[in-house]
Write a protein that binds this ligand. Structure first.
Ligand code: FMN
Length: 195
């Protein structure tokens, strides 16, 4: 084999190997890894979340799909420690707010869209995924459909009557950065062409 043939053969081999790897290593794709690694994180360090990261979390929320593209969401960023502590003390489903440096409340306009809670759910998942990608920890804590929780949230962050908080997302740097996601893959729930 002369030098040129050898070089071409080597390059072809490298190309094949790249294609082969990219087809077989799809779980290494950063977006797929983020989705598969997302987990609820309820314990945080005291480290503040940088403004650049807060902005990205908010941008992620706005990137969500929404029915008829009505985007009925309102995003409330909470970094006031008195509000976080008060919410954590009064929301029994979300005591971790007491020690979180940040929370994002996703609320929806119930008049603007009857899909508001679905659209806000999509926005919420986007924030959770962005948090995972930015090495932050976060957890969905439900406000809607519980009237008592909604009243507590509105007592700390007053909102118009047509705006309902769907969720409060406490966010911070995870106390345990090695926490692993639950394996929830369940073959018995997969159906091909028939139930
Ligand atoms: C609609 C919804 C409501 C939830 N509400 C709460 C909540 O109020 N408090 C809480 O600590 N976790 C809440 N979670 C988080 C779940 O407990 C968590 O997603 C589930 O245990 C699976 O764990 P994982 O997120 O680590 O995969 C909620 C999740 C969803 C989707």
């Amino acid at each position: 084999m002369n030098k040129i043939t050898f070089t071409i053969a080597t390059m072809a081999l490298m190309l094949c190997s790249c294609t082969f790897n990219s087809n077989n290593d799809m779980t290494e794709n950063p977006s797929i890894k983020t989705i598969l690694n997302r987990k609820s994180v309820r314990k945080y360090t005291e480290q503040k979340v940088e403004k650049e990261k807060v902005d990205l979390l908010v941008r992620a929320a706005f990137a969500a799909p929404s029915g008829k593209n009505l985007r009925p969401w309102e995003i409330i960023v909470v970094d006031d420690t008195a509000i976080l502590k008060g919410l954590g003390e009064q929301l029994h489903n979300a005591p971790m707010l007491k020690n979180a440096p940040l929370a994002i409340i996703i609320a929806g306009d119930t008049v603007r869209s009857s899909y508001w809670y679905l659209d806000c759910s999509a926005a919420t998942e986007n924030v959770l995924l962005a948090a995972e990608a930015l090495k932050l920890g976060a957890v969905w804590t439900a406000a809607y459909p519980y009237d008592d929780r909604i009243a507590v949230i509105k007592s700390f962050v007053p909102m118009p009557d047509n705006i309902q908080p769907l969720v409060v997302i406490p966010i911070g740097y995870p106390l345990d950065p090695n926490k692993q996601p639950m394996d929830k893959y369940d073959e018995s729930k997969i159906h091909y062409n028939k139930f």
